[in-house]
Design a protein around this ligand. Sequence first.
Ligand code: 8DG
Ligand code: MG
Length: 485
Amino acid sequence: MVNSRVGYRWITRFLALGCYALLLMPGFIQVAYYYFFSRQVRRSIIYGEKPRNRLDLYLPESSHGTKPVVAFITGGAWIIGYKAWGSLLGQQLSERDIIVACIDYRNFPQGTISDMVEDASQGISFVCNNIAEYGGDPNRIYLMGQSAGAHIAACTLINQAIKEAGEGDSTSWSVSQIKAYFGLSGGYNLFNLIDHFHNRGLYRSIFLSIMEGEDSLHQFSPDVLVQDSNVKPAVSLLPPVILFHGTADFSIPADASTSFADTLRRVGGKAESILYDGKTHTDLFLQDPMRGGRDEMFEDVVAIIHGGDEEALAKDAVAPPRRRLVPEFMLKLAHNTESPLEMEMEPVPRVGVVVFVLKGKSVLLGRRRSSIGASTFALPGGHLEFGESFEECGARELKEETGLEMGKAEYLTVTNNLFLDQPKPAHYVTIFLRAVLADPDQVAQNLEPSKCDGWGWYEWDKDKLPQPLFWPLHEMVRSGFNPFP
Ligand code: 8DG
Ligand code: MG
């Protein structure tokens, strides 16, 4: 739906982006200067034949001893990822005697998720096989990704583990070479992210194109994939997984990390999530590093990499603090301006239209996968679009979700529902219709498997309805509501 409100929202977003970039400009200029002119940076080393198969290396000044290595995949919503986004991290880790390789990859629409994973894998392979020439220790390689990069890196790692656990195909690197995986503010379950992003302007259709369609969501959702029993042998090959996330991250809520860590532990992997109170998506990656000094996440990452290396830990203890790149008041303003990525849609009540489709004594229910009410049984339905009547909306949603043609429909009731305990609080005025099918023999299909586990007919009887019901529906049943005439 495109209307002037949406246009207005995008204009304010662009203005916010402008302000945000201006506030951090002093930092960007200094990092760009370092990136282009420092002798410690080797730019655009070719690691493969594809157009974006380049990586940047950030080398420590001291050439004493071999160094641990971080292979880093940058974020950028799968659309604007670029290796130079890792330059501040590269600079700051290399000051702590750690080599950083920022691996570029094809973005959408030049490539889709499997191209990104292929590129990342090839870049990691280059690091594993060539980093010794640059003073790196091939036995101390850490894989790290931020935001979309954390997703791509996690997919790459699991993909590689699956290959190794399978036919033992000849591969040019091995997950056993990766000492640990670090995910920064990442998302690992596309089924949850798809709705979240849709509401924030990365529309479902584009997201599905990037991820190669509904059928691929499973394969590219590490949190879901590792639960497959046939992936179990691969899970046992994975290195420790450490997931860092800010609790005030609205671009990708911190549950993404806690859930993935829980899942991995449940299926026998080694995983933990580390949360940073009040930090946003960009605080951890941009504002905090630009503030200089010591910050928790940076020190946590360095401490893990240097774990067991007494000499390195002793040096860290007396390392000069990171340089401040941007005055504090500008950082505070940037935090308050909220990066446009962080910006939530204005919280307004929305209108839902849902349908009691009646057949005999039964109604049609499906188990939801959407972020609101996940795993509970609910009626078909969705958001009222601009210009639609309730009946048109009900018929359209029913068709989109189940393929069923709606017959005669009538208005039943309306509810005013608050969903305040959600990662993104919501408020729905929900219109309930009742309808029969145009053709009673037509069979319901699950046309939006990312939003629903499947449809079934259930008798409208307190004891026979499936559990748990979506709570607005549960409340109706409790109050003795009956949708039948
Ligand atoms: P869209 O993004 O494709 O436009 O819509 P949707 O993704 O299908 O929306 P939805 O979440 O299925 O429905 C919109 C809201 O309606 C939902 O978030 C909360 C409210 N709602 C209730 N009860 C029910 C119910 O039983 N089923 C459905 N589908 N939604 C309900 O209050
Ligand atoms: Mg729906």
